[in-house]
Write a new protein. Structure first.
Length: 562
């Protein structure tokens, strides 16, 4: 059988009886309709042509199809529909579209896998950094990291840590082994509170051996006297720890030795910290021109205009108004060193004591930022902190105590961190020496013991004026003695301004309510404190918290402290 060509070269794969039909079969009468369509009238000439044309030609096949009801357009439309996807709303989802959801699911699955792998890799990296740092900074081995060992403590339940800094990592720094920053941090693991107290660098101590300045000298020379020219860091640290323990009367269990760069590196890892600026002596802020060279941009002869441009608004690198200030790494570092020893300056009139207070604030600010959610979820910041610790810290803490330290840092709120100032508390003079005399630390020990181990009212350190409004001699003094036994400081005992009282009166003149004190005074005298700006006829001191006017005596015996 001769191979038959199809229209436009397409060879039909359909059997006779399907589209196009069999061209050999006899055509139906011309007046019949095909596929429901009405036949258009044909001319006589056209009908004669159909009769005379051979049945097996392509033209005859086309005409025959037309006569049966199929045109060339019908066939072309059918052919196009073979390759055209069927719309979803008519025949359901096409074969091509049916694969799309599966493809999307595969893509989502791989994205999740890559994210998980990335997190695991990041976690592994952080763990590696932490383990490496712990090996060089802490005692013990890496297995201690999975433990949470309780910190050593004294009989009063406190853990005392000596923190001191040197400048051995600062090239060209004279006497880099001097410890100009010395601080004790005391924490209670049960009550979650902390005390910070700084030791004046000029405090005179006995070395117990011959050093550069003899057998005695400033406390900032103790470390250098014992560290054997940098060959025995631990010996220097332990000698300083013993000296500070003798001064404070505290059993100091741990030490942390930090380098000059620790503040800069840690704050740099955190981005910035926020410190509350408080200029001393009523100053509107803090300014120290000692660091104005930072404003010159490397040009020792820079103009005043250049300095103002580099350090707005006044051309001073350390220049802040009172209130919260956001500090970057460099500004935090130099604020920690500022003590107003170069004119012009203001807000640092007490020199070293002011510097010590700012250092304590910076430590608290670093703690706050390091434990914030934004830091803990930022891998870059976490690894930066680990690097800063690795490079700048040496301590005798064990790796098994790290998790306990972290837990304490998280659990101790800022309002339970008490920053002490030995000069302001009048146990040490402005010259950095004890008020009780050279080498006599008895008043310092007494003060620290009272503060660090106080409970309830004693911890609030309230100051009260007691006035006699009863008309009976000796009542005010008797009440003052009872309050003293509770740990309350009595600022004055006197008669009330007038005698027209019918009940006990308690005025709160201090800014802080001091809840434990208020509770005890209310229980003793049966009235609640009234907050007032002043009391007519009564001169109150800056430290006074309450004025008690006694009409009727309170407790007849000294109540127990709480």
């Amino acid at each position: 059988m001769t191979k038959r060509s199809g229209i436009d070269g397409f060879i039909p794969r359909r059997s006779p009886g399907m589209v196009g039909g069999d061209v050999d079969r006899k055509l139906p009468p011309a007046d019949l309709t095909g596929f429901g369509r009405t036949r258009l009238p044909q001319s006589e000439e056209h009908r004669n042509v159909i009769k005379k044309t051979p049945a097996h030609t392509e033209t005859n096949a086309l005409v025959a199809s037309d006569a049966h009801g199929l045109s060339r357009t019908d066939i072309d439309d059918s052919l196009r529909e073979i390759d055209t996807p069927i719309p979803e709303n008519k025949k359901g989802r096409s074969k091509k579209h049916s694969k799309t959801p599966k493809s999307k699911r595969r893509i989502i699955k791989w994205i999740i896998i890559f994210i998980v792998l990335g997190l695991l890799a990041a976690g592994a990296y952080v763990a590696y950094k932490a383990i490496s740092a712990s090996n060089s900074v802490f005692n013990g081995d890496i297995f201690g990291l999975v433990q949470q060992k309780k910190l050593q403590q004294d009989e009063g339940g406190r853990t005392n840590i000596l923190i001191f800094g040197t400048s051995e990592d600062d090239p060209g720094h004279e006497a880099a082994w001097l410890t100009d920053s010395i601080m004790v941090l005391s924490v209670n693991q049960s009550t979650n509170d902390a005390y910070m107290v700084s030791m004046p660098r000029d405090l005179e101590v006995k070395f117990g051996k011959a050093c550069m300045t003899g057998y005695s000298g400033k406390i900032n020379g103790v470390y250098g006297c014992n560290y054997e020219d940098g060959n025995d860091e631990k010996a220097g640290a332990m000698a300083l720890k013993e000296t500070v323990s003798d001064i404070t009367g505290l059993e100091i269990q741990y030490y942390a030795h930090v380098n000059y760069s620790v503040v800069r590196d840690v704050v740099n890892a955190l981005g910035t910290i926020t410190v509350n600026i408080e200029g001393s002596g009523g100053a509107p802020g803090v300014m120290d021109s000692n660091f104005d060279w930072k404003c010159k941009g490397g040009n020792a002869y820079a103009s005043r205009a250049t300095m103002i441009k580099n350090c707005p608004p006044n051309g001073h690198f350390i220049d802040y108004k009172n209130g919260p200030a956001e500090l970057d790494a460099e500004h935090a570092l130099y604020l920690a060193q500022a003590r107003g020893d170069t004119q012009p300056t203001y807000g640092l009139g007490r020199s070293n004591p002011d510097r010590e207070q700012n250092q304590q604030k910076i430590i608290v600010a670093i703690k706050d930022k390091a434990l914030s959610t934004g830091t803990l979820t930022n891998i870059g910041k976490v690894t930066g902190l680990i690097d800063a610790i690795d490079k700048n810290l040496r301590t005798n803490f064990d790796t098994s105590e790290i998790r306990t330290l972290m837990s304490l840092a998280q659990n101790i709120p800022n309002e339970s961190i008490y920053r002490m100032d030995l000069v302001a508390e009048k146990v040490m003079g402005g010259d950095g020496q004890p008020v009780s005399g050279k080498f006599d630390y008895s008043e310092i020990r007494k003060f620290i013991k009272k503060k660090f181990y106080a409970t309830g009212i004693e911890k609030e350190n309230p100051h009260v004026i007691v006035l006699n409004g009863s008309g009976t001699a000796g009542v005010a003094q008797a009440e003052a003695d009872k309050l003293t036994a509770l740990g309350i400081s009595i600022d004055a005992v006197d008669n009330a301004p007038n005698a027209e009282y019918t009940k006990n009166i308690i005025y709160r003149v201090g800014k802080s309510a001091k809840a434990k004190t208020a509770e005890k005074l209310t229980a003793l005298y049966g009235v609640k404190p009234q907050a007032v700006e002043s009391v007519e006829g009564v001169v109150v001191g800056d430290d006074t918290d309450y004025v008690v006017i006694v009409f009727k005596a309170g407790a007849t015996t000294a109540p127990s402290s709480q």
